[in-house]
Design a protein around this ligand. Structure first.
Ligand SMILES: [Zn+2]
Ligand SMILES: [Zn+2]
Length: 361
């Protein structure tokens, strides 16, 4: 039986357990896992900050090789997916296309029926998380073959942050030469910088810590880096100086700090856009000033939750196209076997690794 890491409850030590392989119904497959990432969300899960059906097998973005497949599996172009193919898959599954959010609001990321591998499936249901030797692809899971010109290390280096960042950069509607501030230099912030730069942004100001992550953001395309050691007023002054006194056209908040949302509203120019994607879990409340920070500034403030298939699809394609230019693969600073998943989680929590990978086989 394949081994998997099981998170049995919040704060409980991770265990390695054997989980039965599924009986494959037509359209299903089993992957032999190459990599599964350790994301900040996994740290939040372990802290009990998201309501999930414990016990779970963590790991939502993964790359694997199709080991067994039953029936005709095809990608969205109608190309066959066969045993031996290296694939990744959209972790979000069972978006129903049959509810009010799917059909009327057309906001499928808010579909109440969606399930996410590694987060909202229970380990009692089977191999439905990536920190495992094998992952069960239920029928209908959207798999994408890793293109020949894409090193799987590049894709998984960007990982889940790629998809979130692409959604956020889309929502920020960056035009050529516009200025952008990205708050937070974790995996999401790094990919926001990369995609802003690929979108033709002018000044790209990364704000965060520690110093090595800011240096990495410059390699991703940031034109300026502002350390959190600099007081917020001084950071604001620098941003105004770089933008003719007006503030940046768009700010993407990817740090998860509640104060950063207020700072974003101060940094943005009148009539600009602020996208918040860093608050996937509840990090607390802030005070804001509706007159000065929002209404009078004529600011668009947008929340960005989850991602859709189109973000995932384009993220694969973008890493294939620009992987040589943007050093996503170098974001991986730790690789851990299943028995060391606890160390991997600690490395991400303590920020000793921008990105850690579980390498189960
Ligand atoms: Zn739905
Ligand atoms: Zn994630």
């Amino acid at each position: 039986m394949p081994k998997a890491v099981v998170m049995s409850a919040a704060h409980a030590p991770l265990q390695v357990r054997e989980i039965p392989e599924p009986a494959l119904e037509p359209g299903a497959a089993v992957l032999r896992t190459l990599y599964s990432e350790v994301c900040g969300t996994d740290v939040h899960l372990h802290h009990g900050k998201l309501r999930v059906p414990f016990p779970i097998i963590p790991g939502h973005v993964s790359v694997g090789v199709v080991d067994k497949a039953r029936g005709d599996l095809k990608d969205i172009d109608g190309q066959p997916i066969k045993e031996g193919d290296t694939v990744t898959f959209l972790d979000v599954h069972e978006t129903c296309n049959n509810c009010w959010y799917c059909l009327v609001a057309r906001q499928p990321t808010k579909c109440p029926n969606r399930k996410v591998y590694g987060i909202s499936y229970s380990a009692t249901e089977g191999l439905l998380g990536g920190w495992a030797e094998a992952i069960w692809m239920k029928p209908g899971v959207k798999m994408i073959k890793i293109p020949r010109d894409l090193d799987p290390d590049t894709f998984i280096g960007g990982g889940c942050g790629l998809v979130t960042a692409l959604h956020a950069v889309d929502m920020a509607q960056i035009r050529l030469d516009e200025s952008v501030a990205v708050l937070g230099v974790g995996p999401v912030g790094q990919s926001c910088v990369a995609f802003a730069s690929l979108s033709g942004a002018g000044e790209i100001i990364a704000v965060g810590a520690p110093e090595d992550r800011l240096a990495f953001a410059k390699r991703m395309g940031a034109t300026h880096a502002l350390d959190l050691d600099i007081p917020p007023e001084a950071r604001l002054e620098t941003i105004r100086r770089l933008t003719g006194g007006r503030g940046v056209d768009a700010v993407i908040e990817a740090s998860g700090s509640p104060d950063a949302v207020s700072q974003a509203l101060d940094m943005v120019r009148d009539g600009g856009r602020v996208v918040v994607c860093g608050h996937y879990t509840d990090n607390g409340a802030i005070e804001m000033h509706p007159h000065w920070q929002l209404n009078r500034k004529h600011v668009e403030l947008k929340g960005c939750w989850g991602s859709r298939y189109d973000h995932f699809h384009r993220a694969v394609s973008l890493t294939a196209r620009f992987g040589a230019m943007k050093p996503w693969r170098e974001m991986v600073s730790g690789r851990f076997g299943l028995d060391r998943a606890g160390d991997a989680l600690a490395a991400v929590e303590n920020r000793t690794a921008i990105k850690a990978l579980i390498v189960p086989n």
